[in-house]
Design a protein around this ligand. Structure first.
Ligand code: ATP
Ligand code: PRP
Length: 213
């Protein structure tokens, strides 16, 4: 069987991914991905591994640098990379929401004459506003999005929520839920044909351990 190249995101998904992979029997129990190395091609590994920024995993898979990869549904929606979604890994679970000040109702927010929304997800936000028939200015920010409405830079945000702690600590609340988010296993569209057997075997092994605490 072909040895696959797997793209694992750094950041908060990395640890959960390693927990999942280490439940697969062929994973070497003493293997350590916690260095600054970005490529792992050790003979002891059942797959070659590359580590990418979480926003880039689906791009590496789309362009064939990796056969398969792990990526949040938020990034798949935002970037629209041409990859094949294989399965939900049930890690990195959160929700994409519209959130705003605690005292603001949905009717008040959406009834505003000039609406401004801060987000790390401009494409998702544009699409959402179009679907709702709303006109708004989108303020693209890199992080700490919750800051924008509390200093009244924007009326609301479109961002991820998991525990809700960031919203609560900043006196914000969910105004509307857009879609659930979790990490997905994706495959390159050519590899899925040329390395079908290896990919199928990998998916079967993963499916055996997904959701097992
Ligand atoms: N609060 C959260 N709870 C659960 N999963 C999350 C949460 N925030 C983000 N995620 C998921 O984890 C993925 C990676 O997020 P992470 O915070 O590691 O990186 P990032 O925000 O894209 O990058 P950076 O922190 O460098 O800006 C996201 O694309 C999303 O799918
Ligand atoms: O509901 P919670 O559990 O509080 O999580 C939500 C927060 O997590 C993410 O931010 P992240 O930690 O990635 O930081 P960032 O804003 O700098 O991107 C997201 O953008 C929220 O800010």
């Amino acid at each position: 069987m072909d040895k696959l190249t797997l793209c694992i995101p750094t950041g908060r998904l990395k640890d959960e991914t390693i927990v999942l992979l280490s439940k697969i029997p062929s994973w070497p129990s003493d293997f350590n991905l916690n260095s600054r190395k970005l490529i792992f091609e050790d003979l002891s590994l059942p797959w070659n591994i590359i580590l990418s920024h979480p926003k880039d995993s689906s791009t590496y898979v789309e362009f064939g640098a990796a056969d398969i990869g792990i990526v949040g549904k938020d990034i798949l929606q935002e970037r629209g990379n041409e990859v094949y979604e294989l399965c939900d890994l049930q890690i990195g679970i959160c929700q994409m929401v519209v959130a705003g000040p605690e005292n603001l109702s949905a009717a008040e927010l959406f009834g505003k004459d000039s609406l401004r929304i801060a987000t790390k997800y401009p494409n998702i936000t544009r699409h959402y506003l179009q679907e709702k028939g709303l006109n708004a200015d989108i303020l693209y920010l890199y992080g700490s999005i919750e800051l924008a409405p509390i200093i009244r830079l924007t009326d609301a945000i479109i961002d991820l929520v998991s525990t809700g702690k960031t919203l609560r600590d900043n006196k914000l609340k969910i105004i509307e839920e857009l879609f659930p988010v979790s990490a997905r296993l994706v495959a390159n569209r050519i590899s899925i044909k040329t390395k079908m057997e290896s990919i199928f075997s990998f998916v079967q092994q993963l499916k055996g351990v997904i959701g097992n605490e």
